[in-house]
Design a protein around this ligand. Structure first.
Ligand code: HEM
Length: 217
């Protein structure tokens, strides 16, 4: 990893702003403008989708910019210096997403996650298992920035290792895959021919996974 970044330039604010604007904008376009969702659902149901997409992109960038630089892509110092802020912001957005999802989680809102008897379907169970374990793993990753753990070199090495990062990314991908793949295979049902947010995030994951597989030392 290139840790010797001498410049103080940091592009975090603009990267975070643009990612949030594009992600929320995509959710508005897909669900309100070309889709059937009422605007009254924007402040919670649709905003939740935009926020978790932004979280996913920021976390993938945080994990992948170093390895991308190792692969010779010449990532600018301003972007490399932004990694910590992107990781923290991504984690906070995931927390927001988890809290919002808990409040919304009912058959009336997420009919496809529930069987007729009100229990979770197998796919929803697997998806939520991926989501909550990814959340806990991200929490562990964030803890490594706390000073009391920084002294534990073996723990830091493990948690920032290639194996661990690939595992963390896979959990997030499982969350998306089990929730979305049935809809991914039916493009005729996509609002305005725009791919579902779970598929957009999964494509970001796939790129990040390959970059980490080859570029992380
Ligand atoms: C406690 C942990 C989590 C819970 C309870 C949870 C719950 C949910 C729920 C209920 C949905 C469906 C939202 C919808 O269709 O409107 C969803 C979608 C999603 N989640 Fe999570 N999630 C969790 C963790 C995560 C994590 C760690 C990430 C990754 C950073 C993440 C990223 C996403 C993304 C990108 C979507 C796709 C939204 C869509 O297709 O509309 N989630 N999650």
């Amino acid at each position: 990893m290139n840790e010797q970044i001498r410049t103080t330039k940091n592009s975090a604010a603009s990267i975070i702003f643009v990612t949030l604007a594009l992600s929320i904008g995509y959710a508005i376009l897909r669900y309100h403008i070309v889709g059937p969702v009422l605007w009254k659902d924007f402040p919670f149901f649709i905003l939740n989708k935009g926020l978790c997409l932004a979280a996913f992109i920021l976390l993938t960038l945080n994990f992948s910019l170093g390895p991308l630089n190792n692969l010779g892509a010449r990532v600018s110092p301003g972007w490399l210096n932004a990694r910590k802020a992107m990781g923290m912001t991504g984690f906070l957005l995931v927390m927001l997403h988890a809290l919002m999802s808990f409040l919304l989680f009912s058959p009336a809102v997420y009919g496809k996650f529930f069987d007729v008897n009100g229990t979770l379907t197998l796919l929803a169970g697997l998806s939520m298992l991926g989501g909550v374990t990814a959340f806990v793993v991200l929490w562990g990753y964030n803890m490594t920035f706390q000073t009391f753990l920084r002294e534990d070199k073996a723990f830091i090495q493990f948690i920032t290792s290639r194996k661990f990062m690939l595992f963390a990314l896979l959990l997030g991908a499982a969350h998306l895959f089990f929730m979305g793949y049935e809809g991914w295979l039916q493009p005729a049902g996509w609002h305005g021919n725009l791919p579902p947010i779970s598929l957009v995030a999964f494509s970001v994951f796939a790129a990040g996974y390959v970059i980490n597989l080859f570029g992380r030392e």
